[in-house]
Design a protein around this ligand. Structure first.
Ligand code: 3PG
Length: 469
């Protein structure tokens, strides 16, 4: 065993773990990694930049023993029981004061349980959200740490060094108490689900109703990415339309089976929104549509039964493309609004003290939902750190006021041509309801009181009332 003591250790050398470690090494930190698959240690060393200090080992003990104190290590392993079993394997090797980070997509309640379990043993356990995919991990992700303040202070220089930078500012900040890091990452993914669903709905119209070719779709999305819709997801969508399939020479996107996978973070966002409660219908719709995509056999049978015909237009393409642009922009703002309002509520409800101004600031770079909109949101939270909903900000309101008419028109058009725009519709529905001082829920209260004596409140005086209907 060498005498070098390493700055940081990684458990799990899959692409994310390896890339994050190589990124740390490129920033001058000495790093060591362990994976059960011993070939991955060699792959790690082979990928290291010349002159950096990178070591792969084949046992957990070798890794832990060669770390500087207090030892700092992260696991990037599949969420769930694997995290617990790594913790159990680590425990006999750790000392009081060591820092163990879970950098995966763990459910925040698991993270809370693990924090308490390890606190009793003197170990600092942190849940950290990392977003940016494989490339982001290598070149600069957005990093969402939460929990133990002392551990955050120890980790800060390392995390700041490897994170993405926007105007030289690192895309990492303390996200709050307890499991706030994993919570913020969960909601980030919920927003990601919503935006992806919205883009797919717009694609549906542009491809099957407007009849755009993949080359034309590429041009539309590329142009959009150069304007107010500028974002990572729009950028990669433009690229996708150009990719050729090696097997058939068709465009790859047309050869991909239409069943969407998911690893659970979108569903967790919806589930916890219901628990809080807070209303995030566009994220809910995105989860529901991924689920429905899995019912391929039933959809095929229903298509044969109902025979929906989708007409392709010959004129007025440019107009629909403009409507699509505004509809997408407006619905994306509303999706961020839902996710951020969830964080606002969770911050107090779950005692996490999530600094929303920092959340939007560190999402500006590195992460999957980075977009030019985050600059506008950062300015909004700078003005009012306790803003309950981004739709209440005057600048955001000015944009939404301008675009909502086209969102409405685009939805009307889509419904008329039988192309489902479930997420777009929920965005508009949420917005319209949010802007109503008086909702029709007085009637629901009357019904509840009539059949269940559930009582109601009155508009003209304080108190709780029941009527014998
Ligand atoms: C991830 O965390 O890998 C993605 O951001 C979300 O993954 P999913 O779409 O598989 O749930």
């Amino acid at each position: 065993m060498s005498n070098t003591l390493y700055d940081f250790g990684m458990i799990g050398l899959g692409t994310m773990g390896r890339n994050l470690l190589l990124n740390l090494a490129d920033h001058g930190f000495s790093v060591i990694g362990f994976d059960k698959d011993i070939s991955k240690g060699a792959t790690l060393e082979a990928a290291a930049t010349a002159g950096t200090t990178v070591k792969g080992v084949s046992t957990l003990a070798e890794m832990v023993q060669q770390l500087k104190r207090p030892r700092k290590m992260m696991m990037l392993v599949p969420a769930g029981s694997v995290v617990d079993s790594v913790i159990e394997d680590l425990l006999p090797l750790l000392e009081k004061g060591d820092i163990v980070i879970d950098g995966g997509n763990s459910h925040f309640t698991d993270t809370l349980r693990r924090i308490t379990y390890l606190q009793d043993k003197g170990i600092h356990f942190m849940g950290i959200g990392v977003s940016g995919g494989e490339q982001g991990a290598r070149t600069g992700p957005s990093i969402m740490p939460g929990g133990d303040i002392a551990a955050w202070k120890e980790m800060k220089p390392l995390l700041e060094a490897v994170s993405a930078k926007v105007n030289d500012e690192p895309c990492v900040a303390y996200m709050g108490k307890g499991a706030a890091g994993h919570y913020v990452k969960m909601v980030h993914n919920g927003i990601e689900y919503a935006i992806m669903q919205l883009i797919s709905e717009v694609y549906d119209i542009l491809k099957y109703h407007v009849g755009l070719s993949n080359d034309e779709l590429h041009t539309v999305f590329k142009t959009w990415n150069e304007g107010e819709l500028q974002s990572f997801l729009i950028e990669i969508t433009a690229e996708i339309f150009l990719k050729e399939d090696d097997l058939t020479k068709n465009r790859l996107v047309d050869m991909i089976y239409d069943k969407a996978g998911s690893k659970g973070t979108g569903k967790w966002t919806s589930q916890d929104a219901m628990n809080l409660p807070v209303s995030i219908p566009t994220i809910d719709a995105a989860v529901a549509m991924r689920t429905l995509s899995g019912f391929k056999d039933e959809r095929t049978a229903a298509a044969a039964l109902y025979k929906p015909t989708i007409k392709t237009i010959t004129e007025g393409k440019e107009k629909i493309i403009q409507l699509a642009h505004d509809a997408l922009y407006c619905a994306i703002i509303i999706s961020y609004a839902q996710g951020l309002s969830m964080l606002h509520k969770a911050s107090s409800e779950l005692q996490m003290d999530i600094p929303l101004k920092d959340v939007v600031r560190i999402w500006r770079g590195g992460c999957i939902i980075r977009s030019s909109l985050l600059e506008i949101f950062t300015a909004a939270y700078k003005r009012d750190a306790m803003l309950a909903n981004i739709l209440l900000n005057k600048k955001v309101a000015a944009i939404v006021k301008k675009k909502q008419g086209n969102l409405r028109k685009f939805i009307q058009k889509s419904i008329a041509v039988k192309i489902p725009v479930t997420a777009l519709s929920t965005a508009l529905g949420y917005f319209d309801a949010y802007c109503r001082e008086r909702m029709p829920t007085n009637l629901i209260q009357a019904q509840r009181d009539l059949f269940g004596a559930h009582t109601y409140q009155r508009t003209d005086k304080e108190g709780t009332f029941h009527t014998e209907w």
